[in-house]
Design a binder for this molecule. Structure first.
Ligand code: HEC
Ligand code: HEC
Length: 391
């Protein structure tokens, strides 16, 4: 009997096929654009298991999935900035992992280039998963009996610095999400797929509001990000300690708005100069990567510091022209939108939610089950590494 496989995982299965570039949801570019070879099912399932596994943190409490929560848009909806091992603060917001396969420069400041290498950032950061060394992580996984055989089936070798990164990358590349109302309307030619207010919001997005200058769209697909770095003023305001309101979670689903001045902790916000930290070019001060807007209704709070709690707050922020500062992008300027126009822009942003978010979340928890035990076809392990990146 064939086991029932959740839809989110079917996507992973599709990716395990021999051909890259075909199996993407409507609205995304071909996978070939990522410059990576497709992974096998065994590799994706191994990566999924590692991603969900709390034993990968130094004290066994924190998994990747606890900051990139599958049911919360692969981010943390209740945290402006992430919280790591033993409650330590992380200075930035956990970005969503939807469509991360297409991100060429990773992290808010673009300091990393491949998912294979990126994974070691959180595994070793003292305030995230807190492991003392690469070798420590490898020995830990070697000692876990439920991984015995999985690495060999996936990569024909044991856990090591390369295979751990490759497996986590292979899984994350399956988190594709599109075929949203917007995609069905714009790329599927279905006029009724997107409601009228969202269509008017789209006209503003590509027109007078100037959003598409940075959140770019192509004629056949859209990532809604130029992959570049811009200063909108958010980082500047935080560094300068300008008064801002913050969304503070009290309990799941319950939060309050608090002014900066009421929170001593925010006065001691760790320094963050954005892209400057990578390039050391003063012109890059407080510039952050343009995020994708796909599934943005699911991935709040917003901006690199999670300081804007809702899409309405983001639209208001842009309408005011961001926050003025010497390095502000000339593309961010006061817009003078009416209340109705702001609502239309927000409606457009809400139309970018893909059709498989629930399936991807279920897939993260369930994985392939017994199917995962099937050995990978012999040639897969030897073909171009799934992690090989042309970036
Ligand atoms: C303590 C919370 C936390 C944990 C645990 C965590 N992350 Fe993250 N993750 C973050 C934050 C915060 C950032 C952004 C950091 C920055 O930009 O400097 C991030 C960034 C990323 C990115 C870059 C995404 C992008 O769009 O640039 C990827 C990929 C990622 N994490 C994957 C992982 C994986 C894989 C694991 C487990 C090995 C993991 N994360 C564990 C909080 C976390
Ligand atoms: C100059 C380039 C630029 C323009 C123009 C621009 N954005 Fe952005 N957008 C960015 C950058 C950069 C960020 C991330 C800022 C940060 O992390 O602090 C961002 C963040 C966002 C976010 C938050 C996404 C997330 O996951 O945190 C939304 C929503 C958004 N923009 C919507 C819009 C809309 C709507 C417009 C038009 C009114 C617009 N943007 C215009 C560059 C731009």
């Amino acid at each position: 009997m064939r086991p029932r496989i959740p839809a989110g995982v079917l996507l992973g299965l599709a990716l395990a096929g021999p051909v890259a570039g075909g199996a993407v949801p409507l609205g995304l570019p071909p996978l070939a654009q990522t410059g990576t070879a497709p992974a096998t099912r065994a590799q994706v399932e191994l990566g999924r298991k590692l991603f969900m596994d709390r034993r990968l943190s130094h004290n066994g409490t924190l998994s990747c999935a606890m900051c990139h929560v599958p049911e919360q848009g692969f981010t943390s909806n209740e945290l402006a900035t992430a919280v790591g091992l033993e409650g330590q603060t992380v200075r930035r917001n956990s970005p969503t992992l939807y469509n991360v396969a297409f991100v060429r420069r990773l992290f808010h400041d673009g300091r990393e280039f491949s998912l294979e290498n990126q994974a070691w950032g959180p595994l070793l950061a003292a305030n995230e998963m807190g492991n003392p060394s690469i070798g420590h992580v490898i020995e830990r996984i070697r000692g876990l009996p439920d991984y015995a055989g999985m690495f060999r089936r996936a990569y024909r070798s044991g856990p090591d610095v390369v295979t751990i990164g490759r497996a986590l990358a292979a899984y994350q590349r399956t988190l594709l999400s599109a075929n949203s109302p917007f995609d069905r309307w714009r790329y599927g030619g279905r006029r009724e797929a997107m409601e009228a207010s969202a269509r008017r919001g789209f006209a503003l997005f590509v027109g007078r509001a100037g959003c598409a200058a940075c959140h770019t769209l192509g004629p056949r697909h859209a990532l809604l990000s130029d992959g570049r770095f811009h200063n909108t003023g958010i980082g500047y305001a935080r560094s300068m300690g300008l008064r801002r309101t913050h969304h503070v979670p009290l309990a799941p689903g319950v939060s309050i708005e608090v002014d900066d001045s009421a929170l001593a902790a925010f006065e001691a916000a760790p320094p963050d100069v954005g892209r400057y930290e990578v390039t050391l070019d003063p012109a890059d001060s407080w510039a952050y990567r343009t995020p994708t807007l796909r599934n943005v209704a699911l991935t709040g709070p917003y901006m690199h510091d999670g300081s804007l709690p809702t899409l309405e707050a983001v639209v208001d922020f842009y309408d005011r022209g961001g926050i003025d500062n010497p390095g502000r992008s000339p593309l961010v300027r006061p817009l003078g939108l009416s209340a109705a126009e702001k609502a239309e822009l927000a409606a457009f942003l809400r139309s970018l939610t893909g059709d498989n978010a629930a399936a991807l979340a279920r897939g993260a928890r369930r994985g392939l089950g017994p199917e995962a035990a099937a050995p990978a076809p012999a040639k897969d392990a030897r073909s171009r590494p799934a992690g090989a990146s042309a970036q």
